[in-house]
Design a protein around this ligand. Sequence first.
Ligand code: NAD
Length: 499
Amino acid sequence: MGKHVTHWIGGRRHEGPAGRRGSIHNPASGEVSGTVDLAGPEEVDAAVAAAGAAFPAWRDTSLSRRVQILFRFRELLNAERDGLAAAVSAEHGKVFSDAQGEVARGLEVVDFACGIPHLLKGGFSENVSTGVDSYSILQPLGVVAGVTPFNFPAMVPMWMFPVAIACGNAFVLKPSEKDPSASLLIADLWARAGLPEGVFSVVQGDREAVDALLAHPGVAAVSFVGSTPVARHIYRTAAEHGKRVQALGGAKNHMVVLPDADLDLAADQAVSAGFGSAGERCMAISAVVAVDPVGDELVARVKERVSRLRVGPGDDERSEMGPLVTREHRDKVASYLESGVREGASLVADGRVHPVLGGGGDGFWLGPTILDHVGPEMSCYRDEIFGPVLSVLRVPDYDAAVQLVNDNPYGNGTAIFTNDGGAARRFQNEVEVGMVGINVPIPVPMAYYSFGGWKQSLFGDSHAHGTEGVHFYTRTKAVTARWTDPGSRPAGGVDLGFP
Ligand code: NAD
């Protein structure tokens, strides 16, 4: 008997019978470590009803009180961060230190949300007309839902709920069914922090639960993070049901290396950003664009570093890279090694033969892989692989590099490595990507900026967290007010003119 993960509805674990269940794996051993309930419309109804019931009182809870609860949640999260990171590592497979990093980045959004009184200040204009004032109020939407991917089971939900809840909404989370435990640990922290029952709920599940949330009349808005085909579906379906929606999708992140770059820095960063979390990051570098004549030297330095990477279980502190999340995903990623070679790429490092600490057993292993001389027409370039496969493309000059990045349908993150400030400045201006790094490979914005890509990496117009997050989770009301006193009373009489 392994662990059993269920829903969190109305401030407690949901103990009702489960119609369907899924398996949770330990990706390092391949073994089943537990089961997760998969919600249908009934559980979704119950969670939305509990959230709807909690919303009016939470909306009217003073900002000071909301902030007290947020600070308590922050302190508890900080105290429990290693436990949360261990749970993430055990189900996702990423190494413990990387999971700690994910929790730390989530905590930063909680820090940001603790400043909500300042963020919810509206505007005020005195005397827009004689004796008339105008002001704006930011109000919460009601019940809002978040649907999140497997790759950051703690951080990505934390891009959403700290801001949504701070703004006065009730939040229903539908985490990935592949690594669901973090969501319940977080729910427990909220309860201990004193958040009223129903303000934060969790429904475990898959497409069935998501579709029930998308169609539910009680849900006002949906935040989604995941792959592009699902993001598109969420965007269309939620919009069709009259909901506000932001849907962050997949990625193909390019790292452009100009000939004047510091090549050791570029090689270090390409390896870190390509293989951290086994490449299962939406901001992972998956395509290195080497501008002539830098290619051969850069590939040699990347290859040398890759050969030294220690691949092993997430809970072995020697490991730098863990397994992939599921067997199916590992097999799909591995298939790009074959198709890449078939389509003309050269296999410089073969992850299938990279050693695994402890032997690897029946875990979902694939070591770091480099495909060189990749062309834009090859499937290993066109598809988001989402695994430890770094493709290297060669281009003749800067213009060809930018053209390649801009022609790609994704636009999540990108980076340029150069010592030429003018080239870097031109790149930040010309590149059609939402998050840009200059000699920084994974340019994830801090919590007080907003996270989001362009093109097929984002459907909707609001990015996550930061002020765009506050904007997404609130509606603005503009009030025009006149309080008459003898001095400001308007001249009497009816006037049909447009005011
Ligand atoms: P996914 O799209 O398969 O699943 C994401 C969520 O949607 C999960 O909760 C899943 O249960 C649900 N879901 C899956 N199929 C569905 C369907 N047909 N209808 C409704 N809901 C469905 O993504 P994943 O494999 O969990 O995560 C990896 C993907 O997420 C990658 O494409 C990665 O680039 C992307 N991602 C993007 C960002 C970003 O900020 N843009 C961040 C993290 C991950």
